[in-house]
Design a protein around this ligand. Structure first.
Ligand code: ADP
Ligand code: MG
Length: 253
């Protein structure tokens, strides 16, 4: 089993507020790793550390065997140059609660943008892939639509296609369905389920326990910056061991 993400004793504070207090976890390559917990427990902060949007204060965080943001020589750590950070970042796709599509670009242009601008890919190649990706997320007929001409669920599927266009080895989802009307949630989860079936490594922060149970390979329950409990989603969800997990699940299940 190869490891895609490893966190060893990861700490993160904002000023005097300690948000991550020694996170230890491991995400295997190809697995769907669900991260659940109450609001404010540090889930987003943890994802943001993986994707270089925040820097950890202590501990080791690595993706695919490489330290995030650092190189190790002997027992010394050196910060990576901006270009090296950019290279690490482009291998990770992230989907947020709010879709953040470029409003002045069509769905197709949104999906083409990063490969052309960041990777210097030709427009023809980027367009060909974008068309396929929009098809894959069920929006083949919406390529020419602007974000305002799409529902929230459709925008979120474009956002997923846009992240996939960079051919990431890891996808991070931060409550991707929380901002959607209930009837639009299913289509987004179906796209994520398809990605999982294709073997994508995914960390999914979600309150959709049905998705976690059916699609997840592992589930971690986090509270107040620590991992309280982890295991197979079915085990944790049906037989939680800790009071904090039980109390949380009684509210979301
Ligand atoms: P979750 O995603 O589990 O709801 P977050 O990671 O968003 O939790 O937040 C955890 C805690 O960290 C919260 O108390 C939040 O207010 C704080 N926090 C997050 N980002 C910042 C920031 N940039 N500056 C200060 N505090 C922050
Ligand atoms: Mg969050």
């Amino acid at each position: 089993m190869s490891v895609m993400v490893q966190a060893e004793n990861v700490y993160k504070s904002f000023g005097h507020v300690e948000v991550l207090k020694g996170i230890n976890l491991e995400v295997a390559t190809g697995e769907v790793f669900c991260l659940v917990g109450p609001s404010g427990s540090g889930k987003s902060t943890f994802l943001r550390c993986i994707n270089h949007l925040e820097k950890v204060n202590a501990g080791r965080l690595s993706v695919d065997g490489q330290l995030v943001g650092y190189r190790q020589k002997g027992d010394k750590l050196y910060e990576l140059k901006d270009s090296e950070v950019a290279r690490q970042r482009r291998e990770i796709g992230m989907v947020f609660q709010r879709f953040n599509l470029f409003p002045h670009m069509t769905a197709l242009e949104n999906v083409m943008e990063a490969p052309v601008q960041v990777k210097g890919e030709s427009k023809a190649t980027a367009r060909e892939r974008a068309v396929k990706l929009l098809d894959r997320v069920g929006l083949g007929d919406k390529a020419g639509n602007y974000p305002t001409q799409l529902s929230g669920g459709q925008q979120q599927r474009v956002a997923i296609a846009r992240a996939l266009a960079m051919e990431p080895k890891l996808m991070l989802f931060d409550e991707p369905t929380s901002a959607l009307d209930p009837e639009l949630v299913g289509d987004v989860l179906d796209v994520m389920r398809g990605l999982a079936e294709d073997g994508m490594t995914m960390i999914v922060v979600t309150h959709e326990m049905g998705f976690a149970r059916e699609v997840g390979d592992s589930l971690v329950f986090m509270d107040e910056g620590v991992v309280v409990e982890s295991g197979h989603p079915r085990d944790v969800l049906t037989n939680p061991q800790h009071d904090r997990t039980k109390s949380f699940l009684s509210k979301v299940l």
